[in-house]
Design a protein around this ligand. Sequence first.
Ligand SMILES: [Zn+2]
Length: 143
Amino acid sequence: MSTQQYIQTKKELMMHLEAERLKSFENWPFDESCRCTPAKLAKAGFYSCATENEPDAVQCFMCFKELDGWEPEDDPWQEHKNHSPSCPFLQLTQPLESMTCEQVLKLEMTRNKNKSKKILDKTLNEFMDTVSGVRDEMKKLAG
Ligand SMILES: [Zn+2]
């Protein structure tokens, strides 16, 4: 494992903890009068993955669903449910911190499955974009 991969894996594992997710919202663009506060976002499984263009981009540590374009009235838990209804984090009946080792490992397997799917989907989309670009070029050449 490269240093880069190690850092990424460590960061991912830290995001299992609500307190760590909360720390990620340092530059959250909404104030405390909104429903989508950092505390509620962290509680709903999200951490910030803000970019310059998307300062309100968040991702769920479990299902890897990415959301942005938040409205002040949005409830993070409800939005998570609407956009990723089968997320295992939303089905938990007890806090992660009080689960047995076996329960956490099962959850971790599901999380890794979700991660693989996310990477595969991204790769597939990039491939389809490339295919589409090549097809357009070929059409141009065919005149
Ligand atoms: Zn989720």
